[in-house]
Design a protein around this ligand. Structure first.
Ligand code: NDP
Ligand code: 8X3
Length: 256
């Protein structure tokens, strides 16, 4: 397959773990330079050291919270290279409580990260892409952006927002060569469930009990595939489940 990614600059938010980290590594393997971000500085430094040792590319790291608009702005102002591909991946779920007893702070965290953080980063990066008439924005959505499940009211709302925003962004950039895409995964085993259950590893492990979930690499390969299409191809969205999953709530367990 032709590699169209060499020497591109790819910015991945939330690259300290899971899907973001795997995506950054696949781009690095293809000879793309990467700007990796997240809040955990030590992890970013370790990943930079690993990538620089293994791949002949440039790696920049930036530690900031996507909920902090000023931090996002000063990060973008300080970028030393134009961004060819923006992967808006940073995101999380907090809790599975019903609407009548969920924590309002959890709702704020999800909305501020998954929606407002993604909006801010897009707003800051898109103008230069439009000006250069090239670029690709790839948002990490979810099956939760296509259907809603009990206990996921606000998480699902945030991912529905990502879907709406992706579609509207494509339309705002209509007539330019800037591409806009999203990926909508089902269950992927990452730190996601541990974060959702606030460090309760046992509860997190139960999510993937007796079934084979997707792994971060599965999603990274789809993001990489989208970015590596010829310039006239814009994949809008892909829904990807583990084979054992058929909807947010239909998960076949080996003991079923
Ligand atoms: P992980 O918890 O493994 O990774 C999440 C990443 O997001 C981390 O690098 C984390 O970095 C970063 N992040 C979280 N909050 C912030 C913040 N406020 N500012 C900056 N970075 C932040 O989860 P996944 O890899 O699974 O999740 C990645 C994306 O995929 C999310 O948008 C998630 O909603 C989506 N998704 C996940 C699915 C799954 O089943 N795992 C399925 C469908 C979609 P740090 O903590 O260092 O800041
Ligand atoms: C994460 C997958 O099924 O927990 O977006 O919503 S799910």
């Amino acid at each position: 397959m032709q590699n169209r990614l060499e020497d591109k600059w790819v910015l991945i938010t939330g690259a300290t773990a899971g899907i973001g980290k795997a995506t950054a590594e696949l781009f690095a393997e293809s000879g793309a330079n990467v700007v990796i971000t997240g809040r955990r500085t030590e992890r970013l430094k370790e990943i930079k050291a690993q990538f620089e040792q293994e791949y002949a590319i440039e790696v920049e790291i930036a530690s900031f919270d996507v909920r902090d608009r000023e931090a996002c702005q000063s990060f973008v102002d300080g970028l030393s290279n134009p961004i060819d591909i923006l992967v808006n991946n940073a995101g999380l779920a907090k809790g599975t409580d019903a609407v009548y007893d969920a924590e309002l702070d959890d709702w704020d965290t999800m909305i501020d990260t998954n929606v407002k953080g993604l909006l801010t980063m897009t707003r800051l990066i898109a103008p230069k892409m439009k000006e250069r008439n090239s670029g690709h924005i790839i948002n990490i959505g979810s099956i939760a952006g296509h259907e809603s499940y009990p206990g996921g009211s606000v998480y699902c709302s945030t991912k529905h927002a990502v879907k709406a925003f992706t579609e509207a962004t494509k339309k705002d950039l209509h007539g330019t060569n800037v591409r806009v895409s999203m990926v909508s995964p089902g269950l992927v085993e990452t730190e996601f469930s541990e974060v959702r259950f606030k460090g309760d590893k046992e509860r997190a492990d139960e999510v993937y009990d007796n079934m084979k979930p997707l792994v971060a690499q599965d999603i990274a390969e789809i993001v990489h595939f989208m970015a590596n299409r010829p310039p006239h191809v814009n994949i809008m969205d892909t829904i990807v489940f583990p084979t054992a999953q058929s909807s947010s709530t239909m998960v076949h367990r080996d003991n079923d």
